[in-house]
Ligand binder design. Structure first.
Ligand SMILES: Nc1ncnc2c1ncn2[C@@H]1O[C@H](COP(=O)(O)OP(=O)(O)OP(=O)(O)O)[C@@H](O)[C@H]1O
Ligand SMILES: [Mg+2]
Length: 421
């Protein structure tokens, strides 16, 4: 196999760890490639998916390295068995409520009166020169807009004339300890890390088009333990926030409300769950039977009476967060829902009513191969990591370094060299 043609994305979530393997293949003229900059010369063929329950992760953060490494190993072994390929290195996603973002500005004087790529990089570097606490690490820097000689709202200043260039950027940071523990877990599982990517950015690569990101759109990833809200405008991330609620809250509500173990509540939720009472018939009954307990029948509506208020609560929290961001009015292309918890029937309908924005469920695009499996919202992040990794490896081949992982690559280097305390 040609070096670099296989890419593995690893999503270490609160409830599941999944490894997705993609192969970069040249495209026929008619296929849609994965490059968003119109250099469509390759497409990603998804050839394998491996899954294992996560046991060392809480609210998106590694709390037990041994157990997380064990889950990673199991997911990798599964995908190795499926593809017959030995996996040595991965692109891994990072998320969790330790991820935070803030705005920053930088300014430089333009030398030759015409702005070039180097000057754009310099002004972004200047915007990055802010005091970051020792316990934080920069995960990503996204340019939000440029100002040339007082004229603001410029997306791409390259080629423009001017003498003063200013950049507005969004800096996304994560807890240094969380990053370090994720890296350690992967290494303990015997894997090298090619890059660490902010999960919502990876997810956007799979489910949001460039047009949607330009017009203004948001991704709401309702996972097992967390809800990630990421907003895009004028092509870039403009806001990111994490709420400590997810599918596990629905499961716990069922466990308490119906007095069943959590494992049984999870099964009931997936089989009979629904977010809207109006979607369920009056006379529908469900049977609860587990272990050696005698089975009992209850109206399905009892279950939905437990789930509907939780779904409403989560969606109102999301709306509040989007309004708080100040970008609510700019979400012209609406909200794309992803993450396993949006598989609850009626979540999209309820979300559209509560958020008062267009809503759709996100399915991974721009890929070939096992599309029937990976188009489930549970795999959007894993597929996105493969797509970002594919872009990165292509960019590296073209430019000999750099690319969107360069920030975290430096961080990994420092960590491996022992400078990262
Ligand atoms: N059919 C379904 N109906 C309702 N909920 C579902 C369904 N399928 C999966 N879920 C829920 O989705 C959640 C898992 O989603 P996902 O795999 O996106 O989470 P994760 O990535 O492990 O967690 P996180 O992103 O919070 O770290 C679980 O709470 C699970 O119960
Ligand atoms: Mg997740």
């Amino acid at each position: 196999m040609k070096k670099g043609s296989l890419i593995v994305g690893l999503d270490v979530g609160t409830t599941k760890t999944c490894a997705v393997v993609g192969e970069i293949v040249p495209v026929k003229k008619t296929d849609r490639g994965f490059f968003s900059d119109n250099t469509n010369d390759a497409v990603v063929d998804i050839i394998g998916v491996g899954n294992a329950p996560s046991s060392g992760v809480k609210k998106g953060v590694v709390i037990n390295i041994e157990r997380t490494a064990e889950s990673i190993k199991r997911a990798i072994e599964e995908v190795e068995a499926m593809t017959g390929i030995e996996i040595k290195a991965v692109y891994v996603g990072i998320a969790g409520d330790h991820v935070d973002s803030f705005s920053s500005q930088g300014v430089i004087a333009v030398r030759d009166k015409e702005i070039n790529q180097r000057e754009v990089e310099k002004v972004i570097d200047a915007a990055k020169t802010v005091a970051i606490p020792l316990d934080r690490e920069i995960l990503h820097v996204a340019p939000v807009g440029f100002t040339v000689d007082g004229q603001n709202g410029i997306n791409d200043p390259r080629g423009m004339s001017g003498i003063r260039l200013e950049a507005n950027v969004r800096i996304i940071t994560g807890s240094a300890t969380s990053v370090k523990n994720l890296i350690k877990s992967c290494q303990r599982a015997g894997l090298d890390i090619l890059g660490i990517m902010l999960e919502p950015l990876a997810c956007a690569e799979a489910i949001l088009s460039m047009e949607e990101r330009d017009m203004g759109a948001g991704i709401v990833d309702i996972g097992g333990g967390t809800t990630n809200i990421t907003l895009f405008h004028e092509g870039n991330i403009c806001y990111n926030s994490v709420l400590n609620v997810g599918g596990s809250n629905f499961t716990n509500d069922i466990a308490i409300g119906l007095r069943v173990p959590a494992s049984e509540a999870e099964k009931i939720k997936k089989e009979y769950g629904c977010a809207l009472l109006t979607m369920v018939k009056n006379n529908e009954e469900i049977e609860i039977a587990y272990e050696d307990k005698p089975g009992r029948k209850i109206p399905r509506q009892h279950l939905i009476e437990i789930l509907q208020p939780r779904a409403e609560e989560v969606l109102y929290l999301i709306k509040e967060e989007i309004i708080k961001s100040g970008f609510y009015g700019l979400m012209t292309s609406g909200i794309v829902l992803t993450g396993g918890a949006v598989l609850l029937h009626g979540m999209d309908i309820m979300a559209e009513n509560i958020l008062e924005l267009p809503v759709r469920i996100g399915k991974a695009k721009g890929i070939k191969g096992l599309t029937d499996i990976v188009s489930s919202p549970e795999y959007a992040t894993g597929v996105g990591l493969v797509l970002c990794g594919a872009k990165e490896s292509a960019a590296e081949r073209r430019m000999n370094g750099g690319g969107q992982f360069s920030e975290v690559k430096m961080m990994i280097k420092r960590w491996v060299n022992g400078i990262f305390k």
